[in-house]
Design a protein around this ligand. Sequence first.
Ligand code: PEP
Ligand code: MN
Length: 244
Amino acid sequence: MNKTPILIAGPCSAETEEQVMTTATALARLGITIFRAGIWKPRTRPGCFEGVGTIGFPWLQRVQHELGMKVVVEVGNPHHVEEALKAGVDKVWIGARTSANPFAVQAVAEALRGTDIPVLVKNPINPDLELWLGALERFQRQGINNLTAVLRGFSCYEKTIYRNPPLWDIALELRRRMPELTFLCDPSHICGRRDLIPDVCRQALDLGFDGLMIESHCTPDAAWSDAAQQLTPDALADILASLK
Ligand code: PEP
Ligand code: MN
């Protein structure tokens, strides 16, 4: 590895103040400086945990002020953007289901117009390079140029070992078309299970990705979303050590 990879880590979802602070404290000790946590969760089926909502923002503000970390949350509509900006988040990410919907991306991009907040755009759930590219262009057209593309794998009907196969070539082609972007890999949503994560991290860095966005939770098996793919901060530390 030639340069230090960018690392973003944190739970799939902010669940409680204690879970956020315990996880973030452990991650800060590893030297991680960017904390992710979903406040609103785009669940496939209704009735699942859909995020704590705005009550989670004061917890993230503690992470910023007490631990000195930057925080990033998912936004999927203009209301989320308004609340996230009001709460002073440092960055936002666009989830895979939102990236697949040009109306939603346009609305979020317009809501962010006039800010210079960094935006991370995950690949759309379906393997369509043009749709990913189009989502990024919608932000650029609103004057938002601090853009990162995040490969989190693609839905496919066939069963594979991965939850969302990475289809690396799509991201590599996007990089050829938009070389000015930062490229991250999200091995958590690609793998769907923690034992596959080290290998996907290694592959991503070998392929030249600039960094990783990884789900980490203080008690992963008890997580309210994506339990099987979340790593304890200790397990994450082992993976990071193995990548050096
Ligand atoms: C997440 O990061 O927790 C998430 C919901 O991501 P994705 O949009 O990749 O499914
Ligand atoms: Mn998740």
